[in-house]
Design a protein around this ligand. Structure first.
Ligand code: GLC
Length: 735
């Protein structure tokens, strides 16, 4: 085979990428900045630079699509809220490695995941696709996910940078977010992805951030992403999200996806020729892209085009374990786990009993290798001695959803009630599905659709031995929980959800999940209520730092279930924490050791959570800066046999105590203005004005709240932390 000059160059143990780019024409370099089609980069055929294939998404490698659906099946792991509920970065790393393997089998070298936006509001359509309301839990799980993908030589894409917490007018809206909330909440998972996990690509969001489109935002891309965090990979747009040519090029955007070119490609070439964009800016884009592909050896050899996804036993086992580890036992009067040897008549009721929702809608949707039937799985597990009767009780997606619209609604409900009366055990599976929870639109209500509340109440009335299984991707209103013997939340649990649910219900797996998101009593209590989804093309993040539990705890608002909540089938004792020091000098680390004992009779798992309450936390006139009542700063999951004790070690680095200060360098000039009159009946409060933005540690006593949810705290210990009026060294990593 006669190699073209470039191919020969590529073939001979990697010429320098810089030399390769130097050999490219301007047209070729600009062509590289636009996708070659919907899922590939363009490549440079003359030089043997291949097109590189990308694929969605977070819970399955879609591969090529036709009509929005994958053309080949995929391993379908639990969606992000389920992975979020595992509180287990190592398990998430294993799950994402399965995604990466499937991507490779489909010829893809880039996996467009993970999604690290936050559950700012319960009704965001893509909550299922994001891990949590909390930035640290999101960040730690994202690091696990990215490592799992990139360890297999697939490029991960952390998305969507930034402020993409609603679907409503996502292409035009501006997310109005103050600097502290941006840094401490919405950018934090991206910072971890870049600085801790070494993510190789970033996808910008559709929306504007404080008035600037993310793909045009130089302060965000060249400033924070590259300048502060040292990001060396490349930045791509979300699909068809590019807005400008020169501005985006100068802002630091590298790749417009997908084809055909709208802002880059020929338009970028023209911008160079006109002098608007220096050619070396384009060179840098080509170099970043090719260096990134070269790091995973994606520039050599042909990409397998025919997709050959495998349905591996190890992937099935992993999907099943991950689903069970994410199932949250919200309430239990002791009815669970069921004793299979004593169950004889099971009424399996509800629309989702007949068809479990295993994923959400939109670009995360895949075609799974197989679908499991919960009725069949349960019947098989209970054996011939037990009878399982299925009654859907209501019909999902009946237009209008009212009884009048559904001629046999009463009959369905009666059938379900009759089944419940007949049964010694009733299992009602309610929830949503990939049409209710999807990319592209937000939910209008937290209420369960399809008249399911009516169904649940009727079944609870008919049989007090009723387990309610909630099969939704995000939180839904559960007004009847106090009347149910047990309540489980499964999330969109992936292809093995039926097996995992049976494992948990029958006690073969402990419900390992803990809520990654707060469960409000009513939507009006939620932090963003009134500022969601936005109006006049703006969504104001008016709650500021108080996302999720930070809001409920700081404002002393009750919730139905708190962040971090989840029961096990066993019990645990969280012993007295031991601190490596009672005084932490500025810039030093603190180690907290916590003994944990399984005090029950079954093996189970527990998540030990550590929250900090800085000096003045939750108070209005804090001497330092306003801080939420508490903030999650470390956690660890343990799995113990009865009577077994282990010691959990939680590390707090300098950033764990820090807050971001956007500073106000204009204060000296402002303060020169003398007030015309001063009514001072008390000495003026010391007010902090800083000249230099950065991460600061307030000096004082920090409470460390250690427990099993944000509201279930076993111990509070205090540590003195040295502060400083200078920002932390920017080189200090978050950890
Ligand atoms: C979609 C999504 C993004 C996805 C991309 C490709 O609009 O926002 O997450 O990766 O387009 O499908």
């Amino acid at each position: 085979m006669v190699f073209s000059e470039g191919t020969r160059m590529l073939a001979e143990s990697g010429p320098s990428i810089d030399d390769l780019v130097a050999s490219m024409t301007l047209e070729e370099k600009c062509a590289l900045t636009v996708g070659g089609d919907n899922w590939h980069t363009a490549g440079v055929p003359r030089l043997g630079i291949p097109a590189v294939k990308m694929t969605d998404g977070p819970n399955g490698a879609r591969g090529e699509t036709a009509g929005g659906l994958s053309v080949t099946p995929s391993v379908c792991i639990p969606s992000a809220t389920a992975l979020g509920a595992t509180w287990d970065p190592e398990l998430v790393r294993q799950a994402s490695a399965a995604m990466a393997n499937q991507a490779l089998e489909k010829g893809a070298r880039v996996l467009l995941a993970p999604t690290v936006n936050l559950h700012r509001h319960p009704l965001w359509g893509r909550n299922f696709e994001a891990f949590s309301e909390d930035p640290l839990l999101t960040a730690k799980l994202a690091v696990g996910y990215i490592r799992g993908v990139q360890d297999l030589g697939v490029i991960a894409t952390v998305k969507h940078l930034v402020g993409n917490e609603a679907e409503f007018e996502r292409n035009t809206v501006t997310s109005e977010i103050d600097e502290r909330s941006l840094r401490e909440l919405y950018l934090l998972p991206f910072e971890y992805a870049v600085r801790v996990a070494g993510v190789l690509t970033v996808m910008t969001s559709y929306n504007r951030v404080n008035g600037e489109f993310a793909s045009d935002d130089r302060g965000l891309l060249d400033g924070i992403l590259r300048g502060e965090w040292g990001f060396e990979g490349f930045v791509m747009t979300d699909w068809r999200a590019i807005i400008t040519t020169g501005k985006a090029a100068l802002a630091g955007l590298d790749l417009e996806m997908p084809a055909p070119p709208r802002g880059f490609g020929p338009a970028l070439e023209a911008a160079v020729r006109s002098g608007e964009v220096p050619e070396d800016v384009v060179d840098a884009k080509a170099i970043r892209m090719l260096r990134t592909f070269d790091r995973v050896n994606a520039l050599h050899g042909s990409q397998a085009e025919d997709e050959q996804p495998s349905d591996r036993a190890e992937d099935r086992a992993l999907a099943r374990r991950a689903a069970a580890e994410g199932i949250v036992l919200l309430a239990n009067d002791g009815m669970l786990p069921l004793d299979a040897s004593r169950v004889r008549r099971v009424a399996l009721i509800g629309p989702n009993a007949a068809r479990l929702a295993i994923m959400g809608g939109g670009s995360a949707r895949v075609v799974p290798h197989y679908c499991l039937s919960l009725p069949d799985v349960l019947a098989d597990r209970l054996g011939a001695a037990a009878a399982v009767r299925l009654a859907t009780g209501t019909d999902p997606h009946v237009p209008g959803g009212s009884v009048e619209d559904e001629p046999d609604a009463t009959a369905r409900l009666d059938e379900a009630v009759e089944a419940a009366r007949w049964a010694d055990t009733a299992i009602v599976v309610v929830g949503t599905d990939d049409l209710v929870e999807s990319e592209g639109y937000d939910r209008d209500s937290m209420a369960l659709p399809w008249r399911q509340d009516e169904l649940v109440r009727a079944v609870l009335e008919a049989n007090p031995r009723t387990v309610v299984v909630v099969n939704s991707g995000a939180v839904v209103d559960l007004p009847w929980t106090d009347r149910a013997a047990a309540v489980l939340q499964t999330w969109f649990g992936g292809q093995e959800l039926a097996n995992a649910l049976a494992d948990v219900i029958l006690g073969e797996a402990d419900p390992g999940g803990r809520l990654p998101t707060s469960w409000p009593l009513r939507i009006e209590h939620s932090p963003a209520f009134g500022n969601f989804p936005g109006e006049n093309s703006a969504v104001r993040y008016g709650e500021g730092l108080l996302v999720g539990y930070r809001w409920y705890e700081t404002r002393h608002l009750p919730v139905r279930f708190p962040f971090g909540h989840g029961l096990s089938y066993t019990t645990f004792d969280i012993g007295e924490p031991a601190l490596s020091a009672t005084y932490v000098p500025l810039g030093e680390r603190l180690r907290v050791s916590v003994p944990v004992t399984n005090t029950g009779s079954r093996r189970g798992s527990e998540v030990i959570q550590l929250y900090i309450a800085p000096p003045g936390a939750g108070q209005m006139h804090a001497e330092w800066r306003f801080r939420p009542a508490k903030e999650l700063k470390a956690f660890a999951k343990v799995r113990l046999d009865p009577d077994q004790t282990t010691t959990v070690t939680l590390e707090l680095g300098p950033r764990a105590f820090a807050h971001y200060d956007s500073a106000d360098p204009g204060w000296p000039a402002l303060s020169a203005r003398k007030p015309g009159y001063v009514f001072l009946h008390r000495p003026p409060r010391p007010v902090l004005h800083r000249a230099c933005a950065g991460w600061y540690v307030a000096e004082g006593d920090y409470e460390l709240h250690i427990g099993r949810s944000s509201a279930d705290i076993a111990h509070i210990v205090t540590v003195r932390v040295d502060g400083g009026d200078q920002p932390l060294d920017p080189a200090i990593l978050p950890d």
